[in-house]
Unconditional design. Structure first.
Length: 758
């Protein structure tokens, strides 16, 4: 298609667009994939295309299906198009999120899946309550197989477009020894009985209708002359199948997305959907938006260098005509506290130079990393906000742990007692707690003392008396230990002996691992204070520090939460192997997870407009133990011409900057048991392994030795070291998987390539 040249007579929505953006707007017929790199103005192109379809009367507003992922994006699109073409946008009933549009369709055809049109959409609490009933009816131990785990599994199946009948026996094996499929079917049947569905059903039911009822499918295929999809790289299998069915007739589908920004596989997103667009729609026009309007050339060059290491991508090259700006700074620091200090100093310098705290962001890979910054910023009086999550000390698991500690420190703390008397579940319901309150008021004593006294009565059931007695005994024992143990160790023992740690370990949802990490970080934070009382006082000051809402603040958030945002100054903390890329992600997903972690690095760097600073620490406190760290492989993938390195340690930053890459990694071949690759020789010849600090060199060399020798050197009883879990002893061996009893982290299952001989 030959595009018309820009003209003074162009409609307003075409003015200001660059050539690829114009192409995305004017290529209206047939399948179109718009690969929109970070900061390339994809929203402008998408809304202009929608305005063009309506303004040129190619379709009535009601004949266009425009799908977004968030209500905010849908509102923004509606406002922008309205500003371009006026009130016509109000006649667009099919502009909205996947779930909103699917709900609209489902209410029209609810009877085809056994529902009535006035069905209820259940929230998470109602879903879990229903699942617990079904688990109990099946005679399954809910503590061993939590309802949240079943809910997560069912949600995964629905994201894949699988009904209960389509779930394989292998997939069902993941819950209660193969009972997951039966419970899924029972759950769906129960939902129909109460005329309800959950959010996953909205798309799954519509997909089922379109597959089984050809007349309904043809009705919508005729209705929608044009289909437009935003953030196509974030679609799951169910959304993908739904869109493909609707587009098969006219094939006028335009998907806008960026395969390099697909970072949500943990919630079902399939990057393969955008990668196979041309296969699904042969002859599709592929339009690349590559001119970036956000970042400097050095920032774009650094991001492009990292993402180029991924193999599964469609490829594009971002460029900009913005002034070259500063190089990306890579800063090596000694440990986590120094990282927080240095970032604080940099931010204060920005503020002294006239910059606004609103234009500054700290992006982290994991939520527990925010604690160090929060404590430091409280200390120096630097205002901050946590976006996309709670402040560290406001998280539920942290507040629970603090309640235990407060009660040990101060037995009269009734609020703490109320919070954790039945957490984890001890069989002490509302009636039992009400009786405690009544006795405490009558005798004018704290709840802890009232609990001890009520044990001598018959007011509680025998089971409740036993549970409450055990709890009171635990509190007394922990108070005795408080005078003998370091308070951080006391906290770890309380969490273990109370059953709180086991409760989170039994919860096999994706959130539970992060909660356990937060508790480990809490114990680590306590080590910086002389007494338990001093630490609790510090927490009180932190919690009381919430400044006025209108005050300008530094933003602290995870990289995932930062997608779609931009800031003048971005600090990327904790770029070390095991933290970023996440060791847990690599253990669970292998190469696919590594590529997603690299896409996450790309997203992180491209949030910066003017300055980007990447930090890595040589030492981290992990599970209460100091552990040497090596820089993330992503640091080594940054093109040198776009990077300025600095280190607070002797030897310079180049000492800490490993030349990581998947194809030329000094350790990649070793980990696969194929000998030493070219990166090894390059690193050796540069003297990288013979220079300080010795601890890191020794840890890396040990891992290499193990990889070269193979698994024959690993035996039960061998003392080993793991980058994340520290020192431990091999307990069991199964192929290349090891069960290891770690000194501080307990028993873990790890790959042999991730351990070294101690």
């Amino acid at each position: 298609m030959t595009l018309p040249a820009p003209s003074p007579n162009d409609p307003p929505y075409l003015k200001g667009l660059n050539t690829p953006q114009r192409e995305a707007v004017l290529t209206t017929e047939g399948p179109v994939l718009v690969l929109a790199g970070a900061g390339t103005g994809k929203t402008a192109a998408l809304t202009a295309r929608l305005a063009h379809l309506i303004a040129t009367r190619r379709a009535w507003p009601s004949e266009i299906l425009a799908v977004t992922f968030t209500n905010k994006a849908a509102r923004e699109m509606r406002v922008r198009v309205g500003a371009m073409i006026g009130d016509a946008v109000e006649g667009m009933p099919w502009l909205g999120t996947f779930h909103a549009i699917a709900a609209r369709m489902l209410r029209r055809h609810a009877e085809l899946v056994g529902l009535q049109s006035n069905f209820t959409i259940l929230d998470t609490d109602d879903q879990l309550r229903l699942m617990k009933q079904l688990i109990q009816a099946e005679g399954i131990d809910e503590k061993r197989w939590p309802a949240r785990q079943l809910g997560g599994l069912i949600d995964q199946w629905k994201n894949k477009g699988l009904t209960p009948e389509e779930v394989s026996a292998g997939d069902a094996e993941g819950y209660a020894h193969g009972k997951g499929q039966k419970l899924y079917a029972a759950y769906q049947a129960r939902l129909r009985e109460v005329n309800a569905c959950d959010f996953g059903d909205l798309l799954l039911h519509v997909l089922t209708i379109l597959k089984k009822h050809r007349d309904v499918l043809e009705q919508y295929q005729q209705k929608f002359r044009y289909i437009m999809v935003d953030e196509y790289q974030d679609t799951n299998s169910s959304q993908y199948l739904w869109l493909r069915l609707l587009a098969q007739n006219r094939k006028n589908i335009c998907c806008v997305g960026d395969d390099d920004q697909s970072i949500y596989s943990w919630r079902g997103a399939e990057v393969a959907n955008i990668l196979r667009f041309e296969k699904d729609f042969p002859g599709a026009a592929i339009i690349r938006l590559e001119q970036n309007y956000r970042s400097t050339p050095h920032i774009l060059g650094a991001a492009s260098g990292v993402i180029a290491e991924n193999g599964n991508r469609l490829g594009k090259t971002l460029w900009t005509d913005i002034d070259v700006g500063e190089k990306v700074k890579v800063l090596g620091v000694w440990d986590g506290p120094e990282e927080a200090r240095r970032i604080g100093e940099e931010i204060e310098a920005i503020e002294r130079g006239g910059g606004s705290l609103e234009d500054v962001a700290i992006l982290v890979r994991a939520q527990h990393q925010t604690r160090e910054f929060e404590d430091r910023f409280i200390q120096i009086g630097l205002p901050y906000r946590i976006v996309g999550g709670f402040r560290f000390y406001e998280r539920a698991e942290i507040r629970d742990a603090l309640a235990y500690l407060r009660l040990v420190n101060q037995p009269a703390d009734d609020l703490a007692f109320e919070r954790i008397v039945n957490v984890p579940k001890r069989g002490l319901g509302d009636k039992a707690v009400e009786k405690l309150h009544r006795l405490a008021r009558a005798q004018g004593v704290p709840l802890t003392l009232a609990a001890a006294r009520i044990l001598d009565t018959d007011e509680l059931t025998p089971q409740a008396r036993r549970s409450l007695g055990a709890f009171i005994g635990d509190l007394a024992r922990w108070r005795d230990r408080a005078a003998q143990l370091p308070h951080a160790e006391l906290a770890r023992q309380i969490l273990d002996e109370s059953g709180y740690t086991a409760m989170l370990q039994a919860d096999r949802t994706t959130e539970s691992a992060g909660r356990l990490e937060n508790l480990s970080e809490l114990a680590r934070a306590m080590e910086e204070y002389d007494t338990l009382g001093a630490f609790l006082e510090h927490v009180s000051l932190v919690m009381d520090n919430e400044a006025q809402a209108e005050e300008r603040k530094v933003t602290i958030m995870t990289i995932h939460a930062a997608k779609g945002l931009e800031f003048d100054h971005v600090f990327l903390a904790g770029w070390e192997e095991g933290l970023f890329p996440s060791q847990r992600a690599l253990d669970e997903g292998g190469l696919n997870s590594l590529e997603e972690e690299r896409r996450l690095a790309y997203v992180a760097i491209t949030r910066a407009r003017r300055r980007c600073t990447i930090l890595h620490a040589a030492n981290r406190r992990i599970y209460g133990q100091w552990t040497s760290s090596i820089p993330s492989r992503f640091v080594g993938e940054l093109p040198p011409e776009h990077v300025e390195e600095e280190s607070s340690m002797s030897g310079g930053a180049s000492l800490w900057r490993a030349n990581w890459s998947e194809r030329d990694d000094p350790f990649a071949n070793v980990a696969r048991g194929t000998g030493r690759g070219p990166g090894w020789q390059r690193a050796q010849s540069s003297g990288q392994f013979s220079r300080e600090p010795v601890r890191i060199v020794e840890a890396r060399t040990s891992a290499v030795s193990l990889g070269n020798k193979g698994r024959s050197d690993v035996s039960v009883g061998l003392r080993v070291f793991h980058q994340k879990f520290g020192y431990g002893t091999v307990a069991e061996i199964e192929g290349n998987k090891l069960e290891i009893d770690f000194e501080t982290a307990g028993r873990k299952r790890v790959m042999d390539s991730f351990i070294s001989i101690a």
